[in-house]
Design a binder for this molecule. Structure first.
Ligand SMILES: Cc1cc2nc3c(=O)[nH]c(=O)nc-3n(C[C@H](O)[C@H](O)[C@H](O)COP(=O)(O)OP(=O)(O)OC[C@H]3O[C@@H](n4cnc5c(N)ncnc54)[C@H](O)[C@@H]3O)c2cc1C
Length: 369
C-alpha cells in the first residue's frame, strides 16, 4: 500500500483545485474519486466567477471572493500555459440585471450594506440605470436597471476541471477514478488509512482532505469533521450556438465562448433529486426572455439539474479536525469562483497544517453558537 503526504477524497472542483495546488508544491498526493455514481456538482454549474452580492453578514467571505477573483487571471494563464487548455476566463465585469423596481431597490440595498460592512476594504460596484445599461448591453430588454461589479467574470467550467486534472497528473499527481472511499482510519503513530467498500485499505497518508461534495458529511464524521451541508437544486438550460452578441456575463444568462447561451438558474429544495421540471424551466426562460427578448428565437438544446453544496448561511465550511489534526474538510457553493483561491492559497494551508486565524470564521462551530 502506498504512502502519500496528502490523500484527497473527491475529484470535483474543490478536490481537483487542492490536488493541483498540492502537486505544484511538490507534495505526494493521491485523489480518490467515486465517479458517475456519485452526485457531481462540478459538471452541472453555470461557470460564473462571481463576487457581486456575496458575503452579506460575513465580510470575510466577500473579501475571499474578491481575492479569488483577483487571482483568477494569473491562475487561468498558468493553466493554459502548462496544459494547453484554455479555460476561456474573461473578466470584463458582470451585470446583475434587475427585472423590476423591487429587484432594483433590493439589489442596491444589498450592495450598499456589503460596502458598509467591508469597512476599510474596498467593495466596488456601480448602479447602472436602464439608459446606460442599454448602451453597454444593446441586447437587453426593457428592465429596471442593473448593478455592475468589475470583479465579476466567467469561464468554461468543464475545461477548468479538465485543466486542473491534467495539470495535477503532469505534476506527478496520482488519480484513482471509480474509487469510493467509505472509511478513514486514524493510525496510532499519526496519519490516516483510506478504506474502500469492502473494508480494504487502499492508501496511507499523513494528511487527508475530505472534499467529496455531498459525500463529505458521512466520511468527515469518522475523523471529527462536522459537515452541515445540504443540497440546493439548480436548473440550467443551454441554447443553440450563435455569433457573439453578449459581451458580459449576467445573473440570468451568459454567452459561452462557443456561442451558446446558458440560462439559469433556479434554487429549490427537492432533496437529492436531479430531475428538471417544466414550471421551473419555464420560469427561467421567462426571466431570461424579459432580460433579453432576442433569446426567444433561439432553440433550447438541453436542460439539466445539479445540486449545490449549501450551508444554512450560504458561507463556506473550512475546517481542520480538532480531535484528529491533519484531517481537513472543505465545502462551498461557489467552487468555480473560489477555484483560484483553493488551488493557490488553501493548498498552502494544508501543507503548513493550519488554517489561518482570519479564516476561522468559516469553521462550522458558527452554527452551534
Ligand atoms: C446549478 C448550479 C450552478 C452553479 N453555478 C456556479 C457558478 O456559476 N459559479 C460558481 O462558482 N459555482 C457554481 N456552482 C457551484 C459549483 O459547481 C460547486 O461549488 C462545485 O462543483 C462543488 O465542488 P465539490 O468538489 O465540492 O463537489 P463536486 O463537484 O460534486 O465533487 C465531489 C466529488 O466527490 C466524489 N465523491 C463523493 N463521495 C465520494 C466518496 N465517498 N469517495 C470518493 N469520491 C467521492 C464525487 O464523485 C465527485 O466527483 C453551481 C452549482 C449548481 C448546482
Amino acid at each position: 500500500m502506498k504512502n502519500y503526504d496528502v490523500a484527497i477524497v473527491g475529484g470535483g472542483l474543490l478536490g481537483s483545485a487542492f490536488a493541483w495546488g498540492l502537486a505544484h508544491r511538490g507534495l505526494r498526493t493521491v485523489v480518490f474519486d467515486e465517479g458517475d455514481n456519485a452526485i457531481r456538482t462540478a459538471r452541472g454549474n453555470f461557470g460564473l466567477v462571481w463576487v457581486q452580492g456575496k458575503g452579506l453578514g460575513m465580510p470575510e467571505y466577500a473579501r475571499w471572493s474578491i481575492d479569488s477573483s483577483l487571482l483568477w487571471s494569473e491562475f487561468a494563464e498558468r493553466l493554459h500555459h502548462e496544459t494547453g487548455i484554455d479555460v476561456s476566463y474573461s473578466r470584463r465585469g458582470g451585470f446583475d440585471l434587475c427585472l423590476d423596481e423591487d429587484e432594483f431597490n433590493s439589489q442596491q440595498e444589498l450592495l450598499e450594506t456589503l460596502r458598509a460592512e467591508a469597512l476599510e476594504q474596498k467593495y466596488e460596484y456601480e448602479v447602472v440605470e436602464y439608459a446606460q445599461l442599454k448602451k453597454e448591453i444593446p441586447l437587453v430588454g426593457k428592465i429596471s436597471g442593473a448593478t455592475y461589479c468589475p470583479h465579476d467574470g466567467h469561464c468554461n467550467p468543464l475545461r477548468l476541471l479538465r485543466a486542473l486534472h491534467k495539470g495535477y497528473l503532469d505534476n506527478a499527481g496520482v488519480y484513482q477514478p471509480h474509487s469510493r472511499i467509505t472509511g478513514l482510519r486514524v493510525l496510532k503513530h499519526g496519519g490516516f488509512e483510506l478504506l474502500t467498500d469492502n473494508g480494504k485499505a487502499v492508501a496511507m497518508a499523513e494528511k487527508v482532505i475530505v472534499a467529496a461534495g455531498h459525500g463529505s458529511a458521512e466520511l468527515g464524521a469518522q475523523v471529527g469533521l462536522d459537515m452541515p451541508i445540504f443540497p440546493d437544486q439548480g436548473q440550467v438550460l443551454v441554447t443553440e450556438k450563435v455569433a457573439p452578441i453578449l459581451e458580459y456575463p449576467t445573473n440570468y444568462a451568459r454567452q459561452t465562448d462557443d456561442g451558446s447561451f446558458l440560462l439559469g438558474s433556479s434554487s429549490k429544495d427537492v432533496g437529492y433529486s436531479l430531475e428538471t421540471d417544466s414550471p421551473t424551466l419555464s420560469e427561467i426562460t421567462r426571466r431570461c426572455i424579459k432580460a433579453f427578448p432576442k433569446l426567444e428565437s433561439l432553440r433550447v438544446q438541453r436542460s439539466w439539474a445539479a445540486l449545490r453544496v449549501m450551508t444554512q448561511d450560504g458561507f463556506p465550511v473550512y475546517q481542520q479536525s480538532e480531535s484528529h489534526p491533519g484531517a481537513f474538510s472543505f465545502a462551498c457553493h461557489s467552487g468555480v469562483t473560489l477555484a483560484s483561491g483553493h488551488a493557490l492559497i488553501v493548498a498552502q494551508w494544508v501543507e503548513a497544517g493550519t488554517i489561518p486565524a482570519e479564516f476561522q470564521v468559516f469553521h462550522p462551530r458558527r452554527f452551534h453558537v
